[in-house]
Design a protein around this ligand. Sequence first.
Ligand code: NAP
Length: 508
Amino acid sequence: MEHPDNLILVIFGASGDLTSRKLIPALFSLKSQKLLPSQFAIVGSGRTSFSGDEFREKMRTAIFAVHGGRNPDSRLVREFLEQIYYVTMDSAEPENYSRLKGKLSLLNSECGTCGNYIFYLATPPVLYEVISTNLTKAGLADQSEGFRRFIIEKPFGYDLASAQKLTGKLHELISEDQIYRIDHYLGKETVQNILVTRFANGIFEPLWNRNYVHRIEITSSENLGVGERGGYYDTSGALRDMVQNHLLQMVGLTAMEPPSSMMPDAIRNEILKVFQSFQPLREEDVPHQVIRGQYLESRISGERIPAYRSEKGVSPDSRTETYVALKFFVNNWRWGGVPFYIRTGKRLPVKVTEIVIHFKRTPHHLFQRNEGPMNSNKLILRIQPDEGILLNFGMKEPGSGFNVKNVDMDFRYSSLADVRVPAAYERLLFDVMVGDSTLFSRDDVVETAWRFLEPVQNAWKNDPGIKLYGYPAGTWGPDVADNLVEGCGLTWRYPCNNLAEDGKFCEL
Ligand SMILES: NC(=O)c1ccc[n+]([C@@H]2O[C@H](COP(=O)([O-])OP(=O)(O)OC[C@H]3O[C@@H](n4cnc5c(N)ncnc54)[C@H](OP(=O)(O)O)[C@@H]3O)[C@@H](O)[C@H]2O)c1
């Protein structure tokens, strides 16, 4: 495996949730696997004042919160913490950057990190342009002394115009190959496994097209509500938070043609072609092809679950969608006429992300069934939790006659006893360190995704008559979403039953 060059990682927003919950535990994990550069330092920054020791203590707690169960080697934790520094600064203020630059120069000469810096922008998105501008003005984006890479967290823009504006501004400052736009779904082992399932096996790919596939369904559900993130979520909603990035990226990997190689641009070119082949949605199609919903109060296992509108930071008359389901087509040679259905939501019965390939039925039914309707074969790629692959097919029930029963053949990552599935941020941070941008979204891919969803955003903005459906927390979202899936007796795949013990479906 390639080993990263020596470098300093600067995290803006280091006092925040992402740094503690994901970034530092992922970096520690890389350290445990000896995958960090031999000369390495982390510099956190934020407005909250910490001494170096206070910040290291906060990071120690963060490591134990995630890795505590595995009893991390205390010597390794100490060594790792010794590589962490903190600069208290408001990153919106340009005058603070000379101090940051001084700190980096000092560390660079003390640690021998060869002038290589990675800047991780884990701040509110309004600061992405500001921080990049300030770093550039301070001479910190200049690559003459070492590489300078920028990791930009999601969301990248909130619509097409803002994404284009942000890309335009960044390109005035730095080049596209310095930019790593994070979509942490792409860092998930099972998302990458979509490519391996398709392109390393002779049995699936010949069937992976309109001749054999009836429809494709992608679900990413959360059982939790918005929690402490109500303020942010109420300005975002499910379409921006999940569909534009994670769900469309999964569509891209599921629908793309085989890339010419595993080079970053070869893969991203194929994803772009899928996005460019989306049959454009028109504003007038939105009421029929897109269902939006918002969770309502209900009871689950005797516990009262509050409505979205009662959550902290959420407006009491909010019309933000906590659920969205979408039907669309990929108009190309492989997929012409095959419907794609995607849905995502909060306060659904279970946390699950899966891709379901529904194959066409046999042309003639020879056998009778003792239970359930005549099902088609399904291949289910389970992204999380319980990662794996499941093939569902019909089998003869032992005994007289020819009764057919659906059975599952499955593989679960958890059955590989000594294989650890790395966290998404681990893989992504390592890839930035070695300069591999395969799993990061390119400017044109991000823009094409926003362009596809623009009519939905416009329709919701311009037409107050488009319904927002209320669904009781603990159900699979608005019941009308079943009508999207066209065909006699067809519905979404429901990995488990509704949990709500009361509550009503209604329009809001
Ligand atoms: N948390 C997640 O699981 C998650 C997942 C995916 C994407 N993201 C994205 O990652 C980013 C960070 O998320 P988060 O959850 O960590 O947010 P957060 O907990 O609100 O933290 C935001 C950070 O930004 C810092 N900040 C804000 N204004 C600043 C300024 N003017 N100068 C310097 N620092 C400033 C805050 O520090 P001070 O207040 O100390 O300045 C804080 O450290 C967001 O863009 C979010 O969308 C987060």
